[in-house]
Ligand binder design. Structure first.
Ligand SMILES: Nc1ncnc2c1ncn2[C@@H]1O[C@H](COP(=O)(O)OP(=O)(O)OP(=O)(O)O)[C@@H](O)[C@H]1O
Length: 359
């Protein structure tokens, strides 16, 4: 599908399919067209080219209200003059599975901690409680497709954890009213995508850059853009041309061992992929290659304990001006001193320098 606004291409031949019961998270930076994609699927924004199909039938002529789709908008509002219960009841009345609606409403409201608030109007609850009610409303429809536009944004940490637990577990519960529902969730938050998705679809330049399980997207990104989209702290990106100066004589052999690479390529090195040995070594220590790892001498710039890991910034002595961030279990070295970072070759992934593949 393709879509432009005022002559500017937002979606450019984007091709996406979602299976029954699948939880797909579309990940991309602000402004890349995520909300537009959901609005097109819901029938709220017309396409310039392409089709939206459900069970192999085109939805082109199906009005938004007749699509079996629930939509949680970024700024979802409920009817202000009705109680939360009355607002939720409309969703239930539209559900094809009305008989179990009351039970499902109670269950979802309980799980999200708003069961005691159902007799209040929207202006009598907090923003976070309202957001939870809007989420219950979207899920209550028990639609074929549930579209969630940044459902966890602007929500405090504890509540966010509750919502993640609900979204991660509830649709997959055996016998859950949502076990057949396909969920399409859009976000710019890579961690949120990793924690919820059966499959992550990374959007960029109006297209699908890569689609795969959270693990495959994390471990085998196909481009720089995808590598940067996931991971906190982000991956270290090592330009291949750096290796020429460091490894000199073995550079050509290394290049050949990395299929599809050229001088413009980058190696993606995840922060947790190294071991740091606190050894007292001088600045003249060269970077060496062993069969399965590189040992890189680097100076410790900073080291901070964050959520169970030491996040350490290292400057490799062979590449002045470069800083890598690593995450290790134990505190490495002393600030200003040199250490050795052991990089296992099997953890390095090569990606093209320019915007790369579509997968
Ligand atoms: N109705 C519209 N008229 C003109 N331009 C629009 C319209 N809707 C969206 N756009 C533009 O299309 C682009 C994609 O917008 P969209 O809201 O789909 O992005 P997004 O990825 O959801 O962003 P965010 O994460 O910030 O919500 C943006 O540049 C936006 O300004």
């Amino acid at each position: 599908m393709s879509k432009s606004f005022d002559g500017e291409r937002v979606l450019d031949g984007l091709d996406l399919s979602v299976s029954e019961g699948e939880y797909v998270v579309v990940l991309g930076p602000s402004g890349c067209g995520k909300s537009t994609l959901l609005q097109i699927i819901a029938g709220l924004v017309p396409l310039d080219a392409g089709t939206v199909e459900f069970a192999l039938q085109s939805l082109g002529r199906v009005a938004p209200k007749d699509r079996d789709v629930a939509f949680l908008f970024q700024d979802d509002r409920l009817y202000p003059h009705w109680t939360l219960r009355q607002n939720l009841r409309i969703a239930m009345d539209r559900s094809p599975v009305k008989s179990s609606g009351n039970d499902v409403m109670s269950e979802l409201a309980r799980r999200l901690g708003i069961d005691g608030l159902l007799e209040r109007r929207p202006d009598e609850v907090s923003g976070g409680q309202l957001r939870r009610a809007a989420l219950v409303k979207a899920l209550l429809r028990q639609p074929a497709v549930c579209l969630l536009d940044e459902p966890l944004s602007a929500i405090d940490m504890m509540l966010r954890e509750d919502l993640i637990a609900l979204l991660a577990d509830y649709p997959r519960d055996r016998g859950s009213s949502l076990s057949q529902t396909s969920i399409l969730h859009v976000t710019h938050d890579g961690e949120e995508a990793m924690r919820l998705a059966d499959r992550i679809v990374v959007l960029g330049s109006g297209r699908v850059l890569q689609s795969g399980t959270p693990e495959s997207i994390y471990r085998s990104p196909c481009s720089l853009e995808v590598a940067k989209a996931i991971g906190t702290p982000p991956a270290n990106l090592i330009p291949l041309r750096w290796l020429r100066s460091v490894f000199a004589s073995s550079y050509e052999a290394i290049l050949q061992s990395l299929p599809g690479c050229d001088e413009t390529s980058f190696l993606v090195l995840r922060p947790e992929s190294v071991e740091i040995t606190d050894q007292s070594v001088g600045n003249d220590q060269v970077t060496v290659v062993s069969e399965d790892a590189w040992n890189v001498t680097a100076s410790v710039i900073s080291s901070r304990f964050v959520e169970g890991r030491w996040l350490t910034r290292l400057a490799p002595v062979a590449e002045p001006g470069t800083v890598w961030t690593f995450a290790t279990r134990h505190r490495p070295g002393t600030i200003g001193k040199n250490v050795v970072a052991r990089i296992p070759l099997c953890d390095l992934v090569a990606v093209p320098g320019a915007t790369g593949c579509t997968a």
